[in-house]
Design a protein around this ligand. Sequence first.
Ligand SMILES: NC(=O)c1ccc[n+]([C@@H]2O[C@H](COP(=O)([O-])OP(=O)(O)OC[C@H]3O[C@@H](n4cnc5c(N)ncnc54)[C@H](OP(=O)(O)O)[C@@H]3O)[C@@H](O)[C@H]2O)c1
Length: 246
Amino acid sequence: MGDDALLNRRHFIGIAGMMGVGLAAGVLPGGVRAAASSSQKTKIGIIGSGNVGSALGRVWVMKGHEVMFSSRSLEDDKALAAKTGAGASAGTPEQAAKFGEVVLFAVPYRALPELGKALATQLKGKVVIDACNPYPARDGEIANWAREKGAGLASAELLPGARIVRAFNAVGAARMGAAHEAPGRTGMPIAADDAAASDLASRLIRDIGYEPILIGGLDKGKHLVPSGPLSGERPPDEVRKIAASL
Ligand SMILES: NC(=O)c1ccc[n+]([C@@H]2O[C@H](COP(=O)([O-])OP(=O)(O)OC[C@H]3O[C@@H](n4cnc5c(N)ncnc54)[C@H](OP(=O)(O)O)[C@@H]3O)[C@@H](O)[C@H]2O)c1
């Protein structure tokens, strides 16, 4: 199943049901305005500013964090940053990786080997949130390898030295941008080997609007893919129940 198809999964919690709960004060549809953050202000480098990177970056800025968007298209990223608001800037992937206390990877999986090499210095010891999914049809042979190894362990091998937290893998990007409207209503399964990295990423995931649920180490990252047992949006308790059965 493609990422777009995720938007329509029957597991998704209806928007109508979510609208009555916890609309973030001061946030207008389409506009980015400061809203209460559950975590201290954090610099977030975003590698890949497409559907996922732009949706998450927008909400993090809304929550008072600073983001730097990056891709191979600096002019597009400058335009995105200008549209996103005062907390957003644009740079090269190298600059974004250096800028971020936390770095979000939201690129096609096939880009990871090259980025892992190019950004090795900047990523050493850094908390990396890995939203990338391996699709053979899009990404080629690297995706078959990653699926066989398990997406969490594969990303760790491709981004050596980074403290990886696998998250945001199996919900649609548009839903990621709207989750803050019903904070805590939906569970976000994550996988990580590093407890401090998991804690830091969890605070940022809460700001996006999800209740983070650590399902285990990076070896469990193999379950965090579209069409995996935890794909789609579910209440936190349901995520915990499924995770316990894996
Ligand atoms: N869309 C979803 O609903 C969804 C949900 C969960 C997870 N995911 C996963 O998240 C990742 C991103 O998905 P997306 O839908 O956001 O993709 P997208 O809209 O195609 O965006 C990909 C971004 O990565 C950049 N990029 C590509 N190759 C790059 C490279 N070598 N170096 C730097 N930047 C590069 C692209 O810009 P340039 O080409 O201009 O560099 C673009 O900004 C994928 O792995 C996807 O499977 C997607």
